[in-house]
Structure formats: structure tokens, C-alpha cells
Design a protein around this ligand. Structure first.
Ligand code: LLP
Length: 384
């Protein structure tokens, strides 16, 4: 059982809710910064992973930029005080108002995915008498060996520009007066545990660099995206990913010119382990083949298990009795509202406090109000 939860304090709060370990977040950020700084790498935190204001304030205090995928995320980043100079804007379907917002605020870069999108950005920038910086999101066709819903860098995915279209795209940019081609952008997927995928990405980038140079185009920024995974099985053993090895892979494998910068868009690796979903057991129900532990958190609070068959470690903070097997399920009227089958937990009873670990990324931010439930609140280790 985890020692790090202030159980008595948590017991008094209405469940379900998110609980953030601010100390772990800070340590994680220190480790990211230390290892990225070694190579002068620039990190833009992927706000889609968690847009909670307290979390963002701490990330901002480390001087990181922000990777946004909607105008709403840009607004949130600006509200929290991130500099527009540190905002990059990605996404396969940017609406006109979102592009305008970015241009009005002089954000650092648009990560662009198609010629029609480039044309719209060029037109909007021209109407405002501005020049928009863009990076081309190129589909590197590298397999991230992760869940198919979060694989993005294969040719069959909707993301990015395929290499056979590059000539057409760069020619089009050559004719656009309000576009400045500043970089290349990649993102091969999320929850990547096999670091060799990143090595393969570097090999592809080196090949593409040669293509660009042969066309006398010299992008200044190489944005390699995010995707570094976390240990969902043993968050206690690995509370932080191996940032040292991760950044070293890029340093060892990317061929760069002296004036080039490498940018990263890490989301999950930064915030994943600092967040937990805290819930109480409502009922223990004897099923035909199994015992159900019905808890008051559901797929509306944390959709990852239902949507990606994701595994989050579950602990019972209230019991030390010998273990039994339970299917841990939520109260939502959907069979997919399950957090795991045949999980070994100490004998569990109504009222026990249960923690669902590693829920800091794509947890609170993906919560919904299905069944007209309230959105889960958040509490912080330095404030409870
Ligand atoms: N950059 C781009 C262009 C992305 O599409 C993403 C994530 C990231 C950066 C950040 O990736 P990260 O470092 O967090 O892996 N909801 C899913 C994950 C979706 C990821 C979408 N893109 C989940 O809960 O697993």
C-alpha cells in the first residue's frame, strides 16, 4: 500500500476527486529541465494532458512553453501567464477563429498539416498584415508500438503531411508571402515505452533533413513531439520516466546543423504520475463468476480504461486484510464502465477509500458529465 497519501484528510473530502502530488510534479519538472538543459533542448508542455490551472502555474514557473491543440487551450495558456512566444499550435482541424487568435497573439508557431490549412493561415495573416511562423507536421511513418488509438505517425493515420507531398507543400509555401517556414514537426504517438521508436524517428528526420537541404530549405526548428510513456503498473517503483535516456537518444541520433533547435512536446511524462483519482467503495456485490467492487468514480471521471483498455493501478487505502479478487467497476450505466477485472485487493468493504493511480494525464481533462454527473474536483498535496 502506498504511504504517500494523507488518508485521514482525504477521507473527509467528498468523493470522487482528483488528488495531485505537487511535490512529485515539482521533482519531475526539475528532472525534465535538468536533462533538457544539458542539450539546450526546448520543452513545450502538451496542455491537452492536463489543463488544471495549479498544474499549469507550476509548469510555467519552470519556464517551459506550451503545446496547444485548440483555441481554448491557447486562451487557458495565456490566462495562466504563458508567453505567446512559447506557444505552439498544432491540430489537424484548426478553425478560422483559432488561427486568428494565434495570429493576433503572435504565437511562436503553427504546426501545419495540409496545403488548404496553409492557405487559410496565409490569407488570415495577410488580412492582418502579419507573417505566421509555421512548422510542417510530417508523417514519418514510424511505428510507436502503442495502442492503435494513440498511434499517430503511420501513413494510414489522419495526421501530418506524407513525404510524397512535401515537394508540393514547399512549392506552395514558396508562393505564400505571409508564411515563414520555420521548422519540421513530428509526433509518432503516445505512451511509448520502447525508446527505439524514438531512435527510428531520428533516422527518419536525418533523411528528411537531407531532402530539405537538397531543396535549399533550412528549417531552424526540429520539433519531435511528445509520447514518452509512464509506468502504469508500478508507479511506486518508477514515479518518473527516464528523462536522461530519453533526451540522450535524440542527442546521440539526430544530425543537426549548428543553428538548429530541437523542441519537445511532452504531456503524459510530465503530469501522469502526480495525479490520482480518489474514490470510495459504494457496494460489494456478488456476481455469478466474480465479486464486484462498485466504486463512486466512473468512466466520466477517468475514461482511459473504457476507451483504451488502459490499466491503472488500484489500491485500497483503508484495508490491510488478506487479498481477494474483485472486478472494480463504476456507477455509470455502461458495461465499459470498468477499471479492471480480477484485481487483487485487500478484502474490500463499503466505505473503503480507493485510489486509482497514474491519472494525472488525460484524466481530469477528459472528464465528462454523462449521466449528468458533476465534474470531479481537484485537491493538492500542499493544500489539503
Ligand atoms: N504533441 C502532439 C502533436 C500530440 O498529438 C500529443 C498527444 C502530444 C504532443 C503529447 O503526447 P504525450 O507526451 O502526452 O504522449 N488521451 C490519450 C492520449 C492522446 C494523446 C494525443 N496526442 C490517452 O489517455 O492515452
Amino acid at each position: 500500500m502506498s504511504q504517500s497519501f494523507p488518508i485521514e484528510k482525504l477521507q473527509k473530502i467528498k468523493t470522487p476527486f482528483y488528488f495531485y502530488d505537487m511535490d512529485l510534479l515539482e521533482k519531475t519538472l526539475m528532472k525534465v529541465k535538468h536533462n533538457a538543459d544539458k542539450y539546450k533542448y526546448v520543452v513545450h508542455y502538451a496542455i491537452k494532458a492536463n489543463a488544471n490551472v495549479r498544474i499549469l502555474e507550476m509548469i510555467r514557473s519552470f519556464g517551459f512553453g506550451i503545446d496547444c491543440v485548440s483555441g481554448y487551450e491557447i486562451k487557458r495558456a495565456l490566462e495562466v501567464g504563458f508567453s505567446p512566444k512559447g506557444i505552439v499550435f498544432a491540430g489537424v482541424g484548426k478553425a478560422d477563429w483559432e488561427i486568428e487568435l494565434g495570429i493576433d497573439n503572435d504565437i511562436a508557431c503553427f504546426n501545419v498539416e495540409s496545403i488548404p490549412e496553409l492557405e487559410v493561415i496565409n490569407d488570415i495573416a495577410a488580412a492582418k498584415g502579419k507573417v505566421a511562423n509555421v512548422a510542417l507536421r510530417i508523417n514519418p511513418n514510424v511505428n510507436a508500438n502503442t495502442h492503435h488509438y494513440i498511434t499517430t505517425g503511420l501513413q494510414e493515420n489522419k495526421f501530418g503531411i506524407n513525404n510524397w507531398d512535401l515537394e508540393k507543400v514547399t512549392n506552395a509555401i514558396g508562393r505564400m508571402r505571409n508564411i515563414n517556414l520555420e521548422g519540421m514537426h513530428f509526433h509518432i504517438g503516445s505512451q511509448i515505452m520502447d525508446l527505439s521508436s524514438f531512435r527510428q524517428l531520428c533516422v527518419r528526420i536525418n533523411e528528411l533533413q537531407k531532402w530539405f537541404i537538397s531543396h535549399r530549405i533550412y528549417p531552424k526548428i526540429i520539433n519531435v513531439g511528445g509520447g514518452l510513456g509512464i509506468d502504469y503498473d508500478e508507479p511506486e517503483v518508477n514515479p518518473m520516466p527516464d528523462f536522461e535516456d530519453y533526451f540522450k537518444i535524440f542527442n546521440d541520433n539526430l544530425d543537426l546543423r549548428a543553428d538548429q533547435q530541437v523542441h519537445f512536446e511532452l504531456g503524459r511524462a510530465i503530469v501522469g504520475q502526480c495525479g490520482s483519482l480518489i474514490s470510495k467503495v459504494l457496494y460489494i456485490k456478488e456476481g455469478v463468476k466474480t465479486k464486484f467492487a462498485i466504486i463512486d468514480a466512473g468512466m466520466t471521471d477517468l475514461i482511459r480504461p473504457a476507451l483504451y483498455q488502459a490499466h491503472h493501478k488500484i489500491e485500497n487505502l483503508s484495508s490491510v486484510a488478506p487479498e481477494e479478487k474483485y472486478d472494480v467497476v463504476g456507477p455509470i450505466c455502461e458495461s465499459s464502465d470498468s477499471f479492471g477485472k480480477q484485481l487483487a485487493l485487500p478484502k474490500t468493504s463499503r466505505g473503503d477509500l480507493v485510489v486509482i493511480r497514474s491519472a494525472g494525464a488525460y484524466g481530469e481533462v477528459m472528464a465528462s458529465q454523462y449521466n449528468l454527473r458533476e465534474l470531479p474536483k481537484a485537491y493538492y498535496s500542499d493544500q489539503v
